[in-house]
Design a protein around this ligand. Structure first.
Ligand code: KIV
Length: 270
């Protein structure tokens, strides 16, 4: 999308959907990648709590902390000052009470300069979403496979396959929109259901493993760059093979050092 058509505020997201312009979002956790993505044609950056898995090497997102999210979000904002940045509220920073959710979401925005937060859950979270939005905090919802509930869901699996859970997902999405969410991430949802949800909402859906009928798509940056060869879910398309690039560069460096080819005179000081 041309720079002048890129979303500048969260209000532009609904306009993009109305205009039929697909929304692109990638996760980003640091200033370096943010600078690279700011030079690319990406609409939104998401400081996902997936950083706990991708950077921290943990099994789940559950241990990510608010301080970590603020630190990484502030880094991303510094690297990409002209992009909209959303930040995941970590597990148990918004579920305990609405008061805590407001305080913690406020800390994320004030401490990082990000534009909005993302939180997981449907009807049960609608009053929290409404309270945040009424206090000026933009909220992206997240439905389907909600990673903070991975244990309750029995693993990372597609959600909404039967009529009951599909209807619940449809209703949850509407609850989030009615509560003021500016968009809804749909993760691991059958494509026809995600398309139906997208067709009924005014705010955009942003899919990951939810098919082409969503109003936008999000991927984890490190996965789409091919930095994690062990992670190959069906929905992932790799746009680079950086794992091989990194391995080959490290091997060449080691070989050069061992053979005396590095450092050369041009890398040394008199
Ligand atoms: O934490 C994350 O990276 C996410 C995306 C997968 C949507 O929530």
């Amino acid at each position: 999308m041309a720079a002048e058509a890129r979303p500048r505020t969260v209000l532009d997201l609904v306009a993009m959907k109305a205009a039929g312009r697909k929304i692109t979002m990638l996760t980003c956790y640091d200033a370096l990648f943010a600078r690279l993505l700011a030079a690319a044609d990406i609409d939104l950056l998401l400081v996902g709590d997936s950083l706990h898995q991708v950077l921290g090497g943990h099994e789940t997102t559950l241990g990510a902390t608010l301080d970590q999210m603020v630190y990484h979000a502030a880094s991303v904002r510094r690297g990409a000052p002209d992009r909209l940045v959303f930040v995941d509220l970590p597990f148990l920073t918004y579920q305990v009470s609405i008061e805590e959710a407001i305080r913690n979401a406020g800390r994320v925005l004030a401490g990082s300069g990000a534009h909005g937060v993302k939180l997981e859950g449907g009807a049960a979270m609608a009053p929290t979403v409404r309270a945040l939005v009424e206090r000026g905090i933009p909220v992206l919802g997240h439905l389907g496979l909600t990673p903070q509930s991975v244990h309750a869901l029995g693993g990372y699996r597609v959600q909404g396959r039967d009529e009951l859970t599909a209807n619940r997902l449809m209703a949850d999405a509407q609850y989030l929109e009615d509560a003021g969410a500016c968009g809804v991430v749909l993760e691991l949802v059958p494509a026809p259901l995600a398309a139906r949800i997208s067709g009924t909402l005014t705010v955009p859906t942003i899919g990951i493993g939810a098919g082409a009928g969503c109003d936008g798509q999000v991927l984890v940056l490190h996965d789409m760059l091919g930095l994690n060869p062990d992670f190959s879910p069906r929905f992932l398309r790799r746009y680079a093979d950086l794992a091989s690039t990194v391995r080959e560069a490290a091997d060449r460096f080691a070989a050069d050092v061992r053979s005396g080819r590095y450092p050369g005179p041009e890398h040394s000081f008199e």
